[in-house]
Write a protein of this length. Sequence first.
Length: 326
Amino acid sequence: MMKATAKAHTNIALIKYWGKRDEELILPTNSSLSLTLDGFHTTTTVDFREELREDRFTLDDTEITGDAYQRVSGFLHRIRLLAGKRELYADVRSVNEVPTAAGFASSASGFAALAAAGSRAIGLSLNDQELSRLTRQGSGSASRSIYGGFAEWQMGEKPDGSDSHAVPIAPIDHWDIRVAAVVLSSTQKDVSSRAGMKRTVETSPFYSGWLDSIPRDMEEIKSGIAAKDFEKVGQVAEANCLKMHATTLGAHPPFTYWHDTTMAVMQKVREMRAAGIPAYFTIDAGPNVKVLYLPEQEKQVEETLRSIPGVTDVRLSKSGKGVQYL
Ligand code: DP6
């Protein structure tokens, strides 16, 4: 039987991946670091069958066609090439427990689960690093979801991508740090992360400043994680997010992912800090905000975030596990 099921969680980047040096292989221009989250996951079953003449992809009981199908089928093709089985097609069934409205890239948990289930179903036995390299070619941020807890995607330097993969930085039980996903009423996102980073790399004069700042941020955040220094980790993550978003304002044409409520949440987080509640924000390629906090402050943080006009939901999450086979 050529069938396997895997479950993967999404992750939130504290040092952002923002830019590619190779779009085909998905090789980044900078290393990134994230926390895998237990609240949001995708479970995928891949079934390779001789009688199929093309791949099939079902997401939450809906048959998918168009671009999303092409991306999945293109990725399955990489798995086929690795296994030397070019003519073997698969039936893929995914269930997403990543509320798209919460602004999480479901592509991170989606491609991590697909890579794990697909490679196992076709008979490859990949170690975590090999799996991360494969996953990277589906969606860059997904390469980090192979691991639980904190993970770093090391950009590597080789043109073939053989040294570009994630590595574990600290396991799930190292530190109980939490993330509140703040859901806004206006969630429309008009520039995808893929298109946004491309435009920024090609046209923003601020992009080189972004790149120059990464090695230091990376070093600082890793020492903060090792020392469980929440203030240090929060400060570095928040500043790194602001720098990433600043690059989009310099792009041509310029753009921003922020809405008015995005800025209201950022301001509220700063007010919490001024009132003595340690909390820090980070934002991906969309208007929603993620807030880092410690378990002791959970109640206060949740209440404060829920009270902001324009916030429709707050979803709390702990640190999550890496890929699991079911
Ligand atoms: C802002 O991983 O979605 O969330 O590699 O093109 O699929 P592709 O992009 P994707 O980009 C994520 C960008 C980000 C930052 C991050 O998660 O590191």
